[in-house]
Design a protein around this ligand. Structure first.
Ligand code: 5GP
Ligand code: MN
Length: 337
């Protein structure tokens, strides 16, 4: 564990070093990939070497970002580096199978906005008030004295757009809008970015969505809604886990729902991946995920839980119903009933 530092210190490190490894989390999203690629472009503009490394493949909705095809996915970095940036990654385990190799790198710079971040780097720049990790990278690039070009702006805009849920979530701060506005001035095209991210679904994804929504369940009181994805559903639709990204939002967006859950059977069926969303400020799904070794944010969190889907479903939904009851009970007490 190291210190929290200011961007000036990180910019100084960039000036001192020749090359950098840039890593991110498993199941990378546009904020992760966008901030990694933006930083790599800025470093190269400064004449530095930059290698972007991820455990999992870049999702289809990020393939339009400049540099996405050169993201490395091997078992080890292509070159030796003394410094690794790790972006959007609250704990080293979230690096997935590359974690062990990353932890061997002497200097780790941890830049993130997850409240669950354990400040696990030598240098840490962590602020849960930031809407996206891309916000930090935008500030850092300014600090490095590099001009943001259209490609960099597009990468960063994709991160802010998606992590704020298209500027809808509670993290849509004035700074999220100000920074996004700046990116538009540097050439990011919102129509193009949105089309690539939200308007380019594979037909397999839509078939899977139809199949999954058939099984949508809601508790009698309407507070908890959930969907399940089995291995058979993937097989029938020719879809993969990446296609299910965002499905939990359909359960979340039902009127009256306080908590939404997606349960996904993992290959082998011995583990279940859960994705949770809270629509109630009194219910912290990050805390519930943390009980299972997972994490995320107050209103959006996930975990991979040992156990078959039916078993995890029963236990987890029980705990969530309890959290909903406690929140509603607290409400009645505060209203004097
Ligand atoms: P999603 O539900 O969209 O996969 O993820 C929502 C949030 O929860 C993201 O911030 C993500 O980083 C976090 N998250 C999802 N799955 C896991 C997990 O298995 N472990 C941890 N620590 N965080 C997770
Ligand atoms: Mn993020």
């Amino acid at each position: 564990m190291g210190d929290q530092v200011r961007p000036e210190r990180i910019a100084q490190l960039v000036r001192e070093e020749e090359s950098f490894l840039i890593c991110g989390h498993v199941r990378p999203d546009p904020d992760c990939v966008g901030s990694q690629l933006a930083l790599s472009h800025a470093l190269r503009k400064m004449g530095r070497g930059a290698e972007v490394w991820l455990a999992d493949r870049v999702p289809d909705n990020c393939l339009f970002l400049a540099g996405s095809s050169s993201v490395h996915q091997g078992d080890a970095p292509l070159r030796e580096h003394r410094v690794a940036f790790v972006l959007d990654t609250p704990k080293p385990e979230r690096l997935g199978r590359i974690a062990e190799r990353v932890l061997r790198i002497p200097v780790i710079v941890n830049i993130d906005h997850h409240p669950s971040n354990t400040l696990w780097g030598r240098y840490n720049w962590v602020d849960p008030k930031a809407s996206a990790t891309s916000e930090f990278i935008q500030l850092l690039i300014h600090e490095m004295g590099i001009e943001i070009d259209r490609e960099i702006a597009t990468c960063l805009y994709a991160g802010i757009l998606t992590d704020t849920g298209r500027f809808c979530y509670s993290n849509t701060s004035p700074s999220a809008h100000t920074m996004a506005a700046e990116l538009l001035r540097y050439g990011a095209n919102p129509e193009e970015v949105s089309r690539h991210i939200y308007g380019s679904s594979r037909i397999q994804k839509i078939r899977l969505l139809a199949r999954v929504l058939q099984g949508l369940r809601v508790d009698d009181d309407g507070a908890l809604a959930w969907v399940r994805i089995t291995r058979e559903m993937y097989g029938e639709c020719g879809a993969s886990t990446e296609d299910a990204d965002g499905f939990v939002n359909y359960a979340r967006d039902i009127n009256g729902v306080r908590v939404a859950v997606l349960l996904e059977e993992m290959p082998g069926r011995e583990h279940t991946r859960v994705s949770m969303r809270s629509q109630d400020s009194r219910i912290d799904v990050n805390e519930i995920a943390a009980r299972y070794g997972g994490g995320g944010h107050h209103a959006a969190a996930g975990a991979v839980i040992p156990g078959r889907l039916e078993h995890v479903e029963e236990k987890l939904l029980g705990e969530i119903r309890e959290a909903v009851r406690r929140a509603q009970h607290g409400d009645r007490i505060s209203r004097g009933k």
